[in-house]
Design a protein around this ligand. Structure first.
Ligand SMILES: [Zn+2]
Ligand SMILES: [Zn+2]
Length: 257
């Protein structure tokens, strides 16, 4: 499976070359987005990803740096189909899984009032994320573990970390997370852990991961704070000094597992 760090910026002021959080996993069968920050669809298309392979979009929480590009992502999927004259059909469905139904439905409302009333032959299904197994289509399974990044609303968790399993490979994305939640979201062993650094210092999260005693084969820093984007090389050196196999991801990178 391939992992794409399409956008790697946290919700801060704009930095050249960095867009809000957008990740994707691609298998032979499908394409799966994890978060939909601004320009995610744009960057993904220019990276050569086939948006028409999209099977599901997993939103970690309803902050704009994670969901602000959802409307554009859905818009581009339809548009690419129209331009190529090979639109998705009535047998196709795109699941949108999110802890905040209202945000996703808000984007759908915007779209139904845009060009062509956004008429489509396929379906887009919004589903609420709760703790545990949230998706399994025989290709990938996705498990949600809540984080304490956002307070509960109506007694329901609003922010999640996602664990994706494809065959014998496991990838975990922290979502926005407090350090004390890292142990909660990590399985005993994973092939990659994508950790957000918008709220953390590199050394602190590396130490916290080591303290869990769990095996992270590859540590990928995403959702960068300004200090990382101002000096990526310096950040990479700090990561190298703190963890065995760590990389400061940038927009447009691909990882193979
Ligand atoms: Zn964020
Ligand atoms: Zn957030």
């Amino acid at each position: 499976m391939k992992l794409y760090t399409i956008g790697t910026c946290a919700g801060t002021e704009p930095f050249p070359g960095f867009r809000h959080t957008s990740l994707a996993v691609e298998t032979e069968y499908g394409l799966y987005f994890i978060d939909a920050g601004e320009s995610g669809a744009y960057n993904a298309h220019l990276m050569g990803l086939d948006l028409l392979k999209t099977k599901a979009i997993f939103i970690t929480h309803p902050h704009m740096d994670h969901v602000g590009g959802l409307g554009n992502l859905l818009w581009y999927i339809r548009k690419v189909g129209l331009v190529r004259k090979q639109s998705l059909t009535k047998d196709d469905n795109i699941d949108i899984l999110t802890p905040c139904i209202e945000t996703a439905e808000g984007f759908l409302t915007v779209l139904t009032n845009t060009e062509g009333d956004f008429k489509i032959d396929y379906t887009q299904t919004v589903k609420k994320v709760r703790e545990g197994l949230i998706f399994d289509n025989g290709d990938i399974s996705v498990y949600a573990t809540h984080t304490d990044h956002m307070p509960k609303k109506n007694d329901e968790y609003q922010s999640f970390s996602y664990r994706l399993v494809h065959g014998d490979k496991t990838i975990v994305f922290s979502g926005d997370i407090r350090r004390e939640n890292i142990d909660d979201v990590l399985p005993d062993e994973c092939d990659a852990f994508l950790i957000e650094t918008g709220h953390h210092q590199i050394e602190d999260v590396c130490q916290t991961i080591k303290d869990t005693g769990k095996k992270v084969k590859k540590l990928i820093f995403v959702h960068h704070g300004g200090y990382i984007m101002r000096d990526v090389e310096g950040a990479q050196k700090r990561a190298d000094d703190s963890f065995e196999n760590a990389v400061i991801a940038r927009d447009g990178m691909t990882f193979e597992f």
